[in-house]
Write a protein that binds this ligand. Structure first.
Ligand code: SAH
Ligand code: SF4
Length: 432
């Protein structure tokens, strides 16, 4: 979502006549798009701002002014603190107000030296006010949902991104058609809680994600559909059925469980048990036996015992994830878990994370190695480090490198996998 937002911010600046510079030193405007989900990400903003201030001062000595802005969830959470900690920042705007950048920049120019801040949860639709979302390649992000009403006890998202909101069906379909006309063959639908999507159709009827996926699949030229991130309790049977009926829906699902312990899941205020989660996966496998699973995990949530942690490892051993993201619990100001008793010492969090990651890497490596010899359709998205090398993604989101001319960029090519590591595959065009 942050990559998507940064792209939209860049599009706003382009619509105002700006263009990207190769180095920071050449930039008249620098905007940080920020994440508040864990402490480390949030704190990094301030050290990066400190470094940027040195560049700003160098430019100042050369007679050049620099406008510095901060966007995203850190702004929503820290508010005026941004200016207190980094008094050279010109403006700050939250994740729901960055479409107002043209007015904000105008204000900054008029009031240079003061701090302009906008952290509204605005009534107007951000998505209606943004410039057209043009495809930047074969694979495009399309935001369909924003915010979250789940209030997991560790998470800042409901506070920084606000209440859940779904874009209307027609707006999504129109944007998807435009992205495909622009050259995208894959669309990744985005939302903090994307499978709780409930946008209105043109008759005012609420439609869910399964409906939207089936509608998108009718678009000629669109070859792959993905969506991220999903909440287990919102995995409805009709969404699961899409894995059986909709060929364009990729056989890969990121479905965060967070913990395998029911005690911890309850303390996290997740509306599912580990049993519910495993039953969903059984149903998914029934719909498509080839489906590959991914997840997010938090270790060291307050009160997590050795047994609770073992329950998480048990889930990993059952599901055999093909990819996963895992984090040490990070107490976030203002969330209920931050003041829960029995906070886990850093040392234990670190040990548990290492054990979990080793197990996850093992399964990921095994899955990648089992791909050797297979032929996979790969969408090539970037040039590689070497000449004539392209990097793309398999249906399972594995990165794959192949020697291929850039004519194949943004195209889907059948590749035979020849080698695999934990993080990537190598392959060659079948038949060449
Ligand atoms: N809506 C998604 C996740 C969005 S946040 C869901 O419910 O699954 C992305 C991930 O960051 C979460 O899945 C969680 O694993 C992690 N995360 C969120 N808050 C965290 C915290 N306080 N400490 C550590 N990890 C956290
Ligand atoms: Fe955060 Fe996801 Fe829970 Fe919402 S569902 S509060 S985004 S972890």
């Amino acid at each position: 979502m942050n990559v998507y937002d940064s792209g939209r911010i860049a599009a706003i600046l382009e619509s105002l006549g700006h263009h990207a510079t190769p180095t920071l030193k050449e930039a008249d405007i620098v905007i940080f798009n920020t994440c508040h989900i864990r402490e480390k990400a949030a704190e990094k903003v301030f050290s990066d701002l400190g470094r940027l201030n040195l560049i700003r001062e160098e430019r100042w000595a050369e007679g050049k002014d620099t406008i510095i802005g901060v966007c995203g969830c850190v702004v929503q959470a820290e508010d005026e603190q941004i200016w207190k900690r980094a008094p050279f920042v010109d403006f700050a705007t939250g994740p729901l107000t960055y479409h107002r950048l043209p007015e904000i920049l105008e204000k900054v120019r008029r009031k240079k030296g003061t701090f302009v801040i906008d952290t509204d949860f605005p009534a107007e639709d951000k998505f209606d006010s943004l410039p057209i979302n043009h495809a930047s390649g074969g694979c495009s992000f399309l935001a369909i949902q924003e915010g979250c009403n789940n209030f997991c006890t560790y998470c800042v998202v409901p506070y920084t991104r606000g209440a859940e909101y779904s874009r209307p069906v027609e707006a999504v379909l129109e944007e998807a058609k435009r992205l495909v006309a622009d050259g995208s063959v894959e669309i990744n639908l985005l939302g903090q809680n994307v499978n709780s999507y409930h946008g209105e159709d043109k008759n005012g009827q609420e439609r869910n994600l399964a409906y939207l996926i089936r509608k998108l699949a009718e678009i000629d030229g669109l070859k792959r559909i993905r969506y991220t991130t999903s909440y287990p309790a919102d995995m409805t049977d009709d969404l699961i059925a899409c894995y059986k009926d909709v060929d364009k829906l990729m056989p890969y699902l990121h479905l965060p469980i967070q913990s395998g312990s029911d005690k911890i899941l309850k303390a996290m205020n997740r509306r599912h048990t580990s049993g519910d989660y495993l039953r969903i996966i059984d149903k998914l496998k029934e719909a498509n036996p080839e489906i590959g699973m991914s997840s997010d995990f938090i270790v060291g949530f307050p009160g997590e015992s050795d047994e609770d942690f073992q329950a998480t490892l048990d889930v990993v051993n059952k599901v055999k994830y093909i990819q996963a993201f895992s984090f040490k619990y990070s107490p976030r100001p203002g969330t209920p878990a931050a003041i829960m008793p029995n906070q886990i010492p850093e040392k234990i969090k670190k040990e548990r994370l290492e054990i979990l990651q080793n197990l996850l890497f093992d399964y990921q490596t095994k899955f990648n190695q089992a791909s050797i010899g297979k032929i996979m359709p790969v969408l090539f998205e970037h040039k590689g480090r070497h000449a004539k090398q392209l990097i793309g993604r398999t249906p399972y989101m594995q990165n794959l490198h192949a020697e291929l001319s850039s004519d194949y960029l943004n195209k889907i090519v059948n590749i035979r996998v020849t080698d695999a590591t934990t993080n990537s595959l190598t392959g060659r065009v079948e038949g060449v």
